[in-house]
Design a protein around this ligand. Structure first.
Ligand SMILES: [Zn+2]
Length: 125
């Protein structure tokens, strides 16, 4: 196990990740409530529902966008969980492709980064 980070540094990344995770969890919860709300509205009053048929297109679109946002958030959440796990196992901040250290200034912007800048450009993510 390489001693790349000081304990205090790791702690700081961990804090950043935990904070970010909390933020996303809150957003997910909020969006989840919105969806439930919409579904209740739709199944509630049938006559009102048919009057709204003209709006169906934009409603469907809105839901699609929401579910896209949700899946992006969930994806982010998985990456954060993964990074937290790596802090615990001691291989945090190491590029998964080339095995070289990820630049600290990159980790400051993206504490959940799994690839160094070079590899992320090569892989396009
Ligand atoms: Zn790399």
């Amino acid at each position: 196990m390489t001693k790349r980070f000081k304990k205090s540094e790791l702690k700081r990344y961990e804090q950043m990740l935990l904070k970010e995770r909390e933020k996303i969890l809150k957003e997910l919860q909020y969006e989840g409530n919105q969806i439930t709300q919409t579904q209740q509205d739709a199944s509630g009053d049938l006559s009102a529902y048919s009057n709204h048929m003209a709006d169906m297109g934009s409603e469907t679109e809105r839901r699609e966008i929401t579910s896209q946002i949700l899946s992006t958030r969930r994806d982010m959440l998985l990456q954060i969980e993964y990074a937290l796990k790596k802090i615990n196992t001691g291989n945090y901040g190491i590029c998964e492709r080339c095995g070289k250290p990820i630049a600290k200034r990159r980790l400051k912007f993206m504490p959940q980064a799994r690839l160094c800048i070079k590899c992320s450009k090569v892989l396009g993510r």
